[in-house]
Design a protein around this ligand. Structure first.
Ligand code: FEO
Length: 169
């Protein structure tokens, strides 16, 4: 069994992960329209990752006899001025998600829910990786500036990303 406060906090995080998924789906469309298929591929994998994050919380809440309540998701933005601005938005968003996960752990600690604290360690580690990935891409995009040839090389590199379903436990 899980406390009501913890249940509400998990439901909020499920919604926030699904918002992340929709935000990145919006970015898939942005990059597809620019003809940058590799960037779009990177974002498609990100969409799958965020859905997996939401489902990890979803399944965990059910395993604790909690009640999942699916909430409405806000409309994400759909336009950015350039790939760098888009990836800076990803980086900023992932920093926000890190603070949300930390807040969720705070609730688990207040509730003395040791099982939830243990479960959420995976998400804490995942956020380190999430932030590092987009920070690295931002740095590369800053380095290349207006070099279109270099942009296409990054596009090729991002096109190689594949989705590996995470084992969240
Ligand atoms: Fe679900 Fe990108 O963190």
């Amino acid at each position: 069994m899980i406390s009501q406060k913890m249940e509400a906090a998990f439901n909020k995080q499920i919604k926030d992960e699904m918002y992340s998924s929709n935000l990145y789906l919006s970015m898939v469309a942005y990059f597809e329209n620019l003809g940058l298929k590799g960037f779009a591929n990177w974002m498609r994998v990100q969409v799958q990752e965020e859905t997996a994050h939401a489902m990890g919380l979803f399944d965990y809440l059910i395993s604790r006899d909690g009640k999942v309540q699916i909430d409405a998701i806000d409309k994400p933005p759909y336009e950015w001025s350039c790939p760098l601005e888009c990836f800076e938005a990803v980086y900023k968003h992932e920093q926000l998600v890190t603070s949300l996960i930390n807040g969720l752990v705070d609730v688990a600690e207040q509730e003395k829910d040791r099982a939830a604290i243990s479960f959420l360690q995976w998400y804490i580690k995942e956020q380190v990786e999430e932030e590092a990935n987009c920070s690295e891409i931002c740095a590369k995009l800053r380095l290349i500036g207006d070099d279109r040839h270099a942009l296409l090389l990054i596009d090729q590199e991002l096109g190689a990303r594949t989705f590996v379903a995470p084992v969240i436990e």
